[in-house]
Design a protein around this ligand. Structure first.
Ligand code: BYC
Length: 309
C-alpha cells in the first residue's frame, strides 16, 4: 500500500486490523511500543508483589492481590496484541519479545526500577504510577491499531480502580498519626520525579513521537501528557495535605497550567541504560522465574497436544 494512502486512512480515524496491509515501519513501531508496554505490566508486578505478605489488613491484601492479577492480565492482552503483528519478517511472538526483555534488548517502563520501600509506596504507586499510566493510556484507546486500542479500553477501566486504591491508602495514612503521614510524604518525595519520567523524554528529545503521532499510534506528545498529569495531581496532593517535592512548582495564571522544575534527565538516562536502583534485580527475578517455571509451560504444551490428538 502506498504510504500516503495509509496515512490518510489512519488520519481519518480508521482502524487497522491484523491482516490488513500496513507499512513496515508502522508494524515495527507497534511491536516495539506494545511489547514494551506488556513488559512494563509484567515487571510492574514485582515491586508490589513484595508487599503482599506485609499488607496491613486482609482487605488491603485482597485489593493488592487483585491489582497485581489485573496487571498479569494486561500483560496477556498486550502480548496477544503484539503477536497479531508478526508476519514472518517482523518477529512478534511472545517468546521472542519476552526474551528480548530478559536479554535487556527491549525496554520496560523506567518506573519499575525503583524499589517499594514502605507500605505508603504501594499507595504512591497506585496514585502516581497508575495515575500517570491512565493519563497516557486514555489517549491510547484511540490509537489506530484495532487490537491495541480495544485492549486499552479494558486496561484503562482497571487502571482507574488501581489509581483509586492507591489514593485511598494514602488518604488513610494522611488521616492517621504523624508518623503515618510522614510515610506518605516520603513516598511522594521518592515517586514524584520517577512518575513524571514515565511520560518519556521532552518532545524535542523524543525520536519516536513524530512518526508515532502521524500514524495515530500516539495521539498526544510526552510533554502535553506530563503537563496534564501535573495539573490534575497537584490538587490531589493538596487534598491529602502533602507537599510536592518541587520548589519551582507554581500556578501560572496566564497559561492556566502549573509550571514545574526540570526533570532529573541524567537519572532517567541511567535508568534506561540499566543502571537504576533495581534494574539488575528485576531482570534477575524474571530470568529465575522463567527457568524455575519452565516445567509449567512444558506441561501445558504437552496437555494441549494430548487433547488435540
Ligand atoms: N521508561 O521516542 P520516545 C502500568 C524510551 S505500566 C523506559 O519518546 P515513545 C503499571 C522509549 O521506549 C504502563 N523507556 O518513545 C504496571 C524510546 O526507546 P526505544 C506502561 C522509555 O515510545 C504495573 C526512547 O526512550 N505504559 O501501567 O514515543 C503496575 C525515546 O522515547 C520511557 C506504557 O508502556 C520510560 N518511561 O514514547 C502499575 C504506555 N520513556 O524504544 C502500573 C505505552 C521513553 O526507541 N508506551 N522511553 O529504544 C508509550 O506510550 C510510549 O512508548 C512512551 C514513550 C510514552 C512510554
Amino acid at each position: 500500500m502506498n504510504n500516503d494512502t495509509f496515512l490518510t486512512y489512519v488520519q481519518q480515524e480508521n482502524k487497522v486490523e491484523p491482516k490488513d496491509l500496513m507499512p513496515d515501519d508502522y508494524r515495527k513501531l507497534l511491536v516495539r511500543q506494545i511489547s514494551q508496554h506488556a513488559h512494563s505490566e509484567i515487571v510492574g508486578m514485582l515491586p508490589e508483589a513484595n508487599w503482599i505478605t506485609r499488607a496491613p489488613s486482609l482487605r488491603r491484601k485482597m485489593a493488592l492481590l487483585a491489582k497485581i492479577q489485573d496487571e498479569a492480565g494486561h500483560g496477556l492482552y498486550l502480548y496477544a496484541a503484539t503477536e497479531t503483528l508478526g508476519n514472518g519478517e517482523v518477529i512478534a511472538d511472545r517468546d521472542s519479545t519476552y526474551n528480548d526483555m530478559l536479554a535487556g534488548k527491549a525496554k520496560y517502563s523506567s518506573i519499575f526500577n525503583y524499589p517499594a520501600l514502605s507500605w505508603a509506596d504501594i499507595g504512591a504507586i497506585g496514585w502516581l504510577v497508575d495515575g500517570a499510566a491512565i493519563m497516557n493510556q486514555v489517549m491510547l484507546m484511540g490509537n489506530s491499531y484495532g487490537p491495541y486500542s480495544r485492549a486499552m479500553v479494558r486496561i484503562c477501566k482497571e487502571e482507574s480502580f488501581h489509581q483509586r486504591q492507591g489514593y485511598e491508602i494514602l488518604m488513610t495514612l494522611c488521616r492517621g498519626t504523624k508518623e503515618q503521614k510522614q510515610l506518605a510524604q516520603d513516598a511522594l518525595n521518592r515517586f514524584w520525579w520517577p512518575a513524571l519520567m514515565m511520560f518519556g523524554p521532552n518532545d524535542d528529545a523524543s525520536p519516536n513521537s513524530q512518526k508515532s503521532m502521524s500514524y495515530r499510534i500516539k495521539r498526544e506528545s510526552n510533554d502535553s501528557l506530563r503537563q496534564r498529569f501535573v495539573d490534575v495531581t497537584v490538587p490531589q496532593a493538596e487534598f491529602l495535605g502533602l507537599k510536592i517535592p518541587d520548589e519551582n512548582l507554581t500556578w501560572n495564571e496566564e497559561t492556566q497550567h502549573y509550571d514545574f522544575g526540570e526533570l532529573p534527565w541524567e537519572e532517567f538516562m541511567e535508568v534506561l541504560k540499566g543502571n537504576g536502583p533495581c534494574n539488575k534485580k528485576r531482570l534477575e527475578t524474571k530470568r529465575k522465574a522463567q527457568q524455575e517455571n519452565a516445567w509449567v509451560k512444558e506441561a501445558a504444551i504437552a496437555y494441549a497436544e494430548k487433547i488435540r490428538k
